[in-house]
Design a protein around this ligand. Structure first.
Ligand code: SF4
Length: 427
């Protein structure tokens, strides 16, 4: 379950029921200040709550002082193998230090870093990676990699507690999605410190995003995980942030900017949906309001399943309709659909309400009714889905009767979900 303890990295709360924090890591040489600061500003604009920078050399520690001072978001120093760099990063004002206690040179050196972190009030992330477990766990790793990862993490937690240090979060990372899921589930049962989630070396923007969505999405849906980083093979760290946000938005854990929904298209498609959806997605990036925008490839079904969308478009040959919350707003020539949609969204961005011109709305409603009537008998994917839903509801009624006799299994939906209470608690 979600961690009970909370730490603060800079001003960002992690764990203890706080909204899941999005973090990423710069891909620049940290000592290259202009490039590093440029990337940090980009990831902050994309919505990163925290940023991590690699600190493998003394030059990087020097740069860290300036980075910490100028960064718009808290900065985590990523240290491997060299405890002296960890001490210097704390002195440089890093908001958090990430290290793997297994590769820093033994418990004495870990103790020195902990002592300095305690004195400075700097939290730490202690990380365990599948590729770098302590020697005494190598045999266990071969027979039970999940147990080996969890044991290593629990041993490091015990070491921190022996040092009377509790201001840390923990990560277990693996290139294996199933092992990441299983080990974090087990770890969440054994410790109550905040958990950082990620899939190591997940891959390209395409495959890495999918692996991360499956692995991290599964854990987050269980209520496990307090901060996430998506690791993608791209020099554009802001892409990682965008993927992290899509995962959180899809689970309704956090809101940020518009949500685009679009039909999958089929043979009834009436316009160049690929181009239109791509353009709408690109233009929506400039908006902050968490509105839902729908794109339907034809008006055959009416507004149907997109009736809850704040704004939407649907098309027929030559003409199309801009609608809002189930009601037509305007009928427009097809080539103007996207621009008129954004005129409406822009108006909403200023006034925070949907403005309806009654004459145009009723012209749109007449047009829509005509298209629906022309295609009344067609079995579209949406109509088939509606029929299936109606059939399922009938079965539901039967099940309701049965449940009076037999108890039903626990439900997992938006209200019953373990993440329900954590939704939308921070913009
Ligand atoms: S029938 Fe449905 S899936 Fe096909 S184009 Fe129309 S809205 Fe899209």
């Amino acid at each position: 379950m979600a961690s009970r303890r909370q730490i603060r990295v800079g001003g960002v709360p992690i764990g203890g029921g706080a909204p899941v924090a999005v973090q990423t890591m710069t891909k620049t040489e940290t000592a290259n200040l202009p490039a590093t600061m440029d990337q940090i500003r980009r990831v902050a604009d994309a919505g990163a709550d925290l940023v991590r920078v690699a600190v493998p050399r003394d030059d990087d520690v020097e740069a860290l002082r300036t980075i910490v001072r100028e960064s718009p978001i808290p900065v985590i120093a990523d240290i491997h193998f060299n405890h002296t760099l960890a001490l210097k990063a704390i002195d440089a004002g890093a908001h958090c230090v990430r290290l793997n206690p297994g590769n820093i040179g033994g418990p004495d050196k870990v103790a020195r870093v902990v002592e300095r972190a305690k004195a400075a009030g700097t939290p730490m992330r202690i990380g365990v990676n599948s590729g770098s477990l302590p020697k005494h766990l190598h045999e266990l790793e071969r027979s039970d990699p999940v147990e080996a990862l969890v044991t290593a993490a629990v041993e490091f937690v015990a070491l921190m507690e022996r040092l009377d240090f509790h201001d840390f979060k923990v990560s277990i990372k693996s290139t294996s999605v199933p092992n990441t899921i299983a080990s974090n589930r087990l770890l969440a049962e054994r410790i109550d410190y905040p958990l950082h989630l990620g899939i190591t070396e997940a891959g390209t923007r395409w495959s890495g995003s999918l692996k991360s969505a499956v692995g991290l999405g599964t854990l987050l849906a269980d209520g496990i995980g307090d901060t996430i980083r998506i690791s993608l093979s791209t020099f554009h760290a802001e892409e990682e942030v965008k993927v992290a946000w899509e995962i959180l938005k899809s689970l309704r854990l956090r809101e940020r900017g518009p949500v685009l929904i679009a039909c999958p298209t089929c043979g009834r498609l009436q316009f160049d949906m690929d181009t239109v959806v791509t353009e709408i997605e690109r233009r929506l990036e400039a908006y902050d309001d968490p509105i839902e925008v729908a794109v339907l490839g034809c008006a055959v079904n009416g507004i149907g399943e997109a009736s809850h969308a704040d704004f939407g478009i649907t098309g027929a040959r030559n003409e199309g309709l801009v609608f809002s919350r189930g009601k037509p707003l305007r009928k427009v020539p097809q080539e103007q659909l996207v621009d008129v949609l954004f005129e409406e969204i822009d108006r909403y961005a200023v006034s925070k309400r949907v403005e309806v011109d009654q004459a145009r709305a009723s012209e749109g409603a007449d047009w829509l009714a005509r298209i629906e009537a022309e295609h009344a008998g067609e079995l579209t994917p949406e109509r088939l889905a509606a029929m299936e839903a109606a059939a399922a509801q009938d079965e539901g009624a039967d099940a309701e009767l049965l449940s009076a006799i037999e108890p039903r299994p626990a439900r997992l939906d938006e209200d019953a979900s373990p993440v329900a209470g954590r939704r939308f608690s921070r913009a």
